[in-house]
Design a binder for this molecule. Structure first.
Ligand SMILES: Nc1ncnc2c1ncn2[C@@H]1O[C@H](COP(=O)(O)OP(=O)(O)OP(=O)(O)O)[C@@H](O)[C@H]1O
Length: 301
């Protein structure tokens, strides 16, 4: 592994990571790696750069950014059907997928992992409707409260970090509980109609900074974990959140939890979806495991 492209979103998270990135680049160059730094300037830059990064020319993409930048890079790699591995130097506010993978958070440890790590395969979720498709490496969330992740202002996130999400989420919560979505969900062997304030389809167990929201999720089981909170009042939703700390929430009668490799979701209402924290289009959608997994460099221990 000698030629490394770094795709970096300088605006992600607290926006103070440029110095760490320089350190990482120095460690690599001193060790005779060839390194190219690509800085994004706006939406789709990371996607286009990943789309055009060939595994014939490069050995690894290091994504430096938040979940949104990771999502764009995964989208580019899936669209080009490339085998190039990625790893993540998290600089975002929440960084669910990197947290799940326990990736290093200092430049030196990341450099060591690039030298000694191993490649694993991860499933990728694909969300499609009639005229477009998106991918998610971590989560597809359905409902207005999911939009908190992309309507929260970058400047607020830079200053307040995760608190900015919590404040936006609390603002949206009464509306979400009072006006549940009416969803029609079809899997290979089931059909259900359910009223729900939020639905989550996850590849890993870590969502919105919380571990074990989908406790049975594994990134290499070719399954998506679906969690639906049924229409309920604040008291029951609060209990579900408390139970989530010990993974008991999936047994609640106010929760539906199952695994599948494909499903369709429809609604008569206008319902937005969110892929890895970025807007992912409105229902109806088909959600499935992409036909090709992605290669990820992780620690070898
Ligand atoms: N130079 C830039 N300036 C402003 N916005 C950018 C820039 N480069 C990329 N973006 C936008 O940032 C989005 C992704 O942000 P990302 O998720 O990496 O960081 P974040 O929002 O701070 O982190 P988190 O998702 O963890 O809160 C991209 O979808 C793109 O629209």
């Amino acid at each position: 592994m000698k030629k490394i492209k770094i795709i970096s979103n300088p605006s992600s998270g607290s926006q103070t990571h440029a110095r760490d990135l320089t350190k990482l680049i120095n460690y690599l160059i001193e060790d005779n790696f060839v390194v190219q730094l690509f800085k994004t300037k706006g939406k789709n830059d990371a996607y286009n750069e990943a789309l055009n990064t060939s595994s014939d020319e490069w050995d690894l993409i290091v994504v430096s950014g938040g979940d949104g930048t990771v999502n764009e890079v995964v989208h580019g790699i899936c669209d080009s059907e490339s085998d190039i591995p990625i790893t993540i130097y998290s600089t975002g506010t929440v960084n669910d997928f990197a947290t799940y993978l326990n990736l290093p958070s200092t430049p030196y440890k990341l450099y060591r992992m690039i030298k000694t790590g191993k490649i694993i395969k991860s499933d990728v979720g694909k969300v499609s409707n009639e005229d477009s498709h998106r991918y998610f490496i971590n989560v597809f969330a359905v409902g207005n409260i999911a939009s908190v992740s992309y309507v929260t202002d970058k400047a607020q996130k830079a200053i307040f970090g995760r608190l900015a999400y919590i404040v936006e989420g609390l603002k949206e919560l009464p509306n979400t509980l009072n006006q549940p979505m009416e969803l029609k969900i079809k899997t290979n062997d089931d059909y259900l109609e359910v009223k729900s304030p939020i639905m989550i389809i996850s590849n890993s167990n870590t969502v919105g900074g919380f571990e074990n929201i989908c406790p049975q999720a594994k990134i290499d089981d070719q399954k998506l974990d679906v969690l639906i909170i049924k229409h309920s009042r604040l008291k029951e939703v609060a209990q579900i959140l408390i139970d989530a700390f010990s993974s008991k929430h999936i047994y609640s009668e106010d929760v539906l939890y199952f695994q599948t490799d494909t499903l369709t979701i429809e609604s008569n209402q206008t319902v937005p979806g969110d892929v890895d924290g970025e807007y992912g289009g409105n229902l109806p959608v088909k959600v499935e495991i992409n036909n090709k997994p992605i290669n990820i460099l992780v620690r070898s221990d």
